[in-house]
Design a protein around this ligand. Structure first.
Ligand SMILES: Cc1cc2nc3c(=O)[nH]c(=O)nc-3n(C[C@H](O)[C@H](O)[C@H](O)COP(=O)(O)OP(=O)(O)OC[C@H]3O[C@@H](n4cnc5c(N)ncnc54)[C@H](O)[C@@H]3O)c2cc1C
Length: 446
């Protein structure tokens, strides 16, 4: 598997054998690989949600000539591999920690920025009629141990007091009646907004929008070298050189260490693995009463995320492998399917049909950064953690504003500051391993 901390670029790879690829239908028409030298105003590196939405807004709202350069196929990175949880979220910092760090006024503005992401995605899906199997709203945060109900009640109180935001607290019995019966669910908090989507279809939707607005999307066009010619950027791809006045790095968790010095050691790619089971039989569906189409996370720090898909399969994902070399070790898939069987004892014979993994992008301070790394010249957006389905499009819109010189919210930390460098960067994975052991022991305590 491509490993951003080791390989120079991700070019030349096919899509993973994922459920999403199997069910997305034909990829939309694109502009093919770069086949000759190109001059353009803005080049966007990376054809995921961030890059495609930036290209869409650049063309549609700012009338700026833009090309997207994607190493492989559209949505080949996280955008075509994620769980499809569209939530009011962005980055990994909890709301309460955000208030502690930034103070109440600034934290509120950060929340507004994050929350706008969900509205933006919802609006685009509706207004632009993006066919992405959008599910009804509902996000369950399930107590995986009885002791976690205390945390759920406390979070619900905080959300009400601080945002006047109402959630529903469900008892175990209410969960069983309206959602599913699980051996590892002691109650839950239910957010009334947030929904499941088909993530690759969503990426295809943004791709179509970007092209319809006038941007070009070159697939199979990895940037293998980045040179300067005066103020201009020369992005070398196998088929030709793209000369651009400005460059957006929308490579996120797939950013190699070599891509640009201003991005080196400023993010940490963390693997998340997913399996999708075979469809549940009628007997299994009634044994679990799995009637819910809500997206679900549990209260572990190393949380599992899961949902029933429209064809009655279950998708479950979580953190597991540390390195790209270990990603295909079957033990990581076994961990996920065993976690599912622990949650649903009635599914003892369940097998999976699909498994894959992808690189989630984490920053040192756990918040995203949408940054102008070189004045009026190089821009990037990184670090949504496992919560980028909605924030990526907010970031794409903000990147387009910055490139067009129209940013208004300069003082928001996520829009103003560079992602901090990781101290002791070469030892990031050693620290990660130790943390996983610690969190695992804490999560599994009775
Ligand atoms: C398994 C998994 C599950 C997840 N589940 C969820 C979820 O349910 N909800 C949620 O909110 N978030 C989830 N996330 C996170 C979310 O998917 C990401 O935050 C989001 O998709 C990031 O989009 P992006 O466009 O910034 O990056 P990506 O989609 O990763 O796109 C980056 C692109 O850059 C390209 N690239 C890199 N280097 C080069 C180069 N040199 N030249 C050209 N192209 C290059 C790559 O090929 C890649 O396609 C999940 C992530 C993973 C891995």
């Amino acid at each position: 598997m491509y490993d951003p901390l080791i390989s120079a670029h991700p070019g030349g790879l096919s899509y993973p054998d994922s459920y999403w690829v199997d069910t997305a239908g034909e990829a939309p028409a694109d502009d093919g690989p770069v086949q000759a030298d190109i001059d353009v105003d803005v080049a966007v590196i990376g054809g995921g949600y961030t890059g495609l939405s930036a290209a869409y807004y650049l063309a549609s709202e700012h009338n700026i000539d833009t090309v997207v350069l994607e190493a492989n196929g559209t949505g080949w990175g996280c955008s075509g591999r994620n769980g499809g949880f569209a939530l009011k979220a962005g980055g990994r910092l909890s709301y309460q920690k955000m208030i502690k760090r930034y103070g109440e006024t600034m934290a509120r503005r950060m929340f507004d920025e994050i929350f706008e992401g969900l509205d933006r995605v919802r609006g685009l899906i509706k207004d632009e009629q993006i066919d992405c199997d959008q599910q009804p709203d509902g996000h369950l945060w399930v107590a995986h141990r009885p002791r976690m109900m205390k945390a759920i009640h406390s979070e619900a109180r905080f959300l009400k007091d601080f945002f006047d935001y109402d959630v529903d607290i469900l008892s175990r019995e209410e969960l069983e009646k309206d959602h599913f019966t699980s051996d590892e669910a002691y109650g839950a908090m239910r957010f009334r907004d947030g929904f499941g989507v088909h993530p690759l279809k969503l990426a295809y939707g943004y791709h179509r929008l970007a092209r319809a607005a006038g941007s070009r999307v070159h697939t199979n066009s990895p940037v293998i070298e980045w040179r300067r010619e005066g103020k201009r950027h020369l992005l070398v791809t196998p088929g030709g050189v793209v000369r651009a006045n400005k460059v957006i790095c929308a490579t996120n968790g797939y950013t190699s260490q070599q891509l640009h010095s201003k991005l080196k050691n400023r993010s940490f790619p963390v693997l998340s693995n997913v399996v999708v089971t075979r469809p549940l039989t009628d007997t299994e569906l009634s044994a679990t009463n799995f009637v819910s189409s809500d997206v679900i996370t549990d209260t572990r720090t190393l949380r599992f995320y899961y949902r029933k898909l429209p064809d009655n399969r279950i998708l479950i994902g979580g953190r597991s492998a540390i390195t790209g070399a270990d990603a295909s070790n079957p033990k990581h898939n076994d961990n996920l399917i065993n976690a599912l069987k622990t949650k649903f004892g009635a599914l003892g014979d369940l097998t999976y049909d699909y498994q894959w993994g992808g690189w989630v992008c984490v920053t040192f301070d756990d918040v995203p950064h949408i940054h102008e790394a070189e004045q009026d010249s190089v821009f990037y957006a990184i670090g949504y953690g496992g919560s980028g389905v909605t924030f990526s499009v907010q970031a794409g819109m903000r990147l387009a504003e910055k490139v067009a010189g129209k940013t208004q919210d300069h003082d928001l930390p996520v829009l103003r500051t560079a992602a901090p460098k990781f101290p002791f960067a070469p030892f990031r994975r050693v620290g990660q391993r130790a943390l996983y052991h610690y969190y695992f022991a804490r999560d599994e305590k009775a």
